[in-house]
Design a protein around this ligand. Structure first.
Ligand code: AMP
Ligand code: ZN
Ligand code: ZN
Length: 413
């Protein structure tokens, strides 16, 4: 019954929000599908040879890897790809963080926050498109459920990880079959298959990672076939948000004893934890206390941590951050007990400094705008935004972190 209501609600959303239409100046523009494969590590393709992705790359462009922004977590990186801004600049600094100004916590399981556009800075691609009279659509891309600057894509769905991948592909192909006035020119979509397998088994566990990749490859193959059959000038860009590294159950660090300190709040994301001083707390003594408890992790002043590329000054980062040694993970008594009792399988994690190759993501592209058979070196994920703006003829917002020059060479002249 609940499922039935959800299906009804989804159909209603998809139809009722299809209000926008392409302005005449946008009708002849090409199409872009931006596909995110969460947790697809840069080396999975060469390790496992997925056939459809392999052909896609051969006839298109591939980067040696795409370098995520810090922290290499899902929400900050999807939203960096969507905005061309580093997380410190777009404001989604982690999957879980506190905003001292608002006095509120953001976390990805809190629907009221995820759907509240006031948390999100920058101008995501679908907002940029809609603002320029171009219809946009999203099947679960991070941020697209929120009204950002009061704008959502013409077509979108609230996140539901149980929707089968095939259904997502069918919907995208249906969008491409709409009459041209309603047909979205920018489409974002999302698959969590590789992230799910990577967390559960760890990236070194060949068989389950390969199996997950083949499943994903099959649905991507259906998408490629459908796009080809449409006859439309569609450019497909496949990215991921980050990689994955093995973190076994013995590498979990219990930070509950630190969290009991009354001078600060902690937002723990595993590969890093943000520490926010409470009003009146003494910063030096809190810092010394955290330093004195270092054990397979280090305490840093946020503004001094080198992986923040713009100075680490956003208050949402916290006063201090705790960084585990690579391959260790900050956890708590409850989670550690679940793992020990075999109620939770602990295999892989991410979130670490992008300087570690294991955290690197993918970038593959194919379509009429792209050169064929081109391999390029690794680049940072801030640069995808201006590439897509250029293909779609959308203005690039001034002051973004991504630079158009970085990827211009992958486009045909
Ligand atoms: P993580 O591995 O913790 O960085 O986050 C990955 C998880 O984020 C996936 O398992 C997804 O289920 C979840 N996720 C992805 N997009 C959304 C969304 N729009 N809303 C809520 N959760 C999401
Ligand atoms: Zn992710
Ligand atoms: Zn993940």
């Amino acid at each position: 019954m609940k499922l039935f209501i959800q299906v009804l609600l989804f159909s209603f959303l998809a139809v009722s929000l299809a209000a926008q239409s392409n302005q005449s100046s946008q009708l002849d523009k090409p199409y872009v599908i931006l596909i995110s494969c969460d947790g697809y590590r840069y080396d999975y393709t060469t390790r496992f040879h997925p056939p459809n992705i392999g052909r896609f790359i051969e006839e298109g462009v591939q980067a040696a890897s795409m370098i995520p922004s810090f922290p290499s977590k899902t929400f900050p990186n999807h939203y960096t790809i969507a905005t061309g801004l580093y997380p410190e600049n777009h404001g989604l600094v982690d999957n879980t963080f506190y905003d001292p100004g608002r006095g509120e916590l953001y976390k990805i399981s809190k629907r009221s926050a995820v759907e509240d556009g006031s948390w999100y800075g920058g101008t995501p691609l679908w907002v940029k498109a809609e603002q320029n009279g171009m219809v946009a659509a999203s099947y679960f891309f991070v941020g697209s459920e929120a009204g950002i600057q009061g704008v959502r894509p013409s077509y979108y769905f609230p996140y539901d990880g149980y929707v089968p991948n095939e259904k997502r592909v069918e919907q995208v192909l249906q969008w491409l079959q709409l009459p041209e006035v309603q047909r979205p020119h920018f489409i974002a979509m999302y698959f969590s298959t590789m992230d799910d397998a990577g967390h559960r088994y760890g990236p070194s566990d060949e068989q389950p990672i390969q199996q997950a990749l083949m499943e994903l490859d099959t649905v991507l193959g259906q998408l490629f076939d459908g796009v080809k059959a449409s006859g439309l000038p569609v450019n497909i860009i496949i990215v991921s948000d980050h990689g994955m590294v093995d973190v076994g159950p013995d590498k979990l660090i219990n930070i509950d004893p630190l969290a009991q300190e009354s001078q600060y709040l902690i937002a723990n994301n595993g590969a890093l934890a943000h520490v926010y001083l409470k009003d009146g707390a003494n910063a030096d003594s809190a810092y010394l206390f955290l330093k004195s408890r270092e054990n397979h992790f280090k305490a840093w002043r946020s503004a001094e941590f080198p992986a923040y590329r713009t100075g680490g000054k956003n208050p949402r980062l916290g006063d201090f951050i705790l960084i585990p040694e690579f391959g260790y993970y900050l956890s708590d008594s409850r989670r550690i007990a679940q793992v020990r009792n075999n109620n939770f399988k602990q295999g892989g994690e991410h979130g670490f400094d992008p300087e570690f190759l294991e955290m690197h993501a993918i970038f593959y592209a194919n379509g009429p705008a792209f050169k064929t058979g081109l391999a390029i070196p690794s680049f940072r994920n801030i640069h995808v935004y201006p590439l897509i703006c250029r293909i779609l003829g959308l203005p690039i917002p001034p002051g973004i972190d991504g630079k158009e020059e970085v990827l211009r060479g992958i486009l045909k002249d």
